[in-house]
Design a protein around this ligand. Sequence first.
Ligand SMILES: [Zn+2]
Length: 98
Amino acid sequence: MESDAKRRARATLSEQHGWTCHYCGMPLVPDGEWDTYCNKFGDSYLEPSGMSFPELDHLMPRSKGGSSKIDNLVLSCGKCNHQKNDKTEGEYIGWLNR
Ligand SMILES: [Zn+2]
């Protein structure tokens, strides 16, 4: 997906659900505020404590036939995106609550 498309997807999802992780409720750094967390060299971002940079996650993983359309995408924190991997939404929520 193009980064413009990703930006648009994040904008749409944040309007619908706010800047929070779909899975664990972690507050996400809104687009446009990332520069606040840039390091002094301007070449990487430092994640503020208790927040995460938003990532786009597929509710139904692409490896299981999920699409990259907006209705299959949610905003998630980096940890959930990483942990969920190729689990479905239901499988991951079950895994979180295990
Ligand atoms: Zn999360």
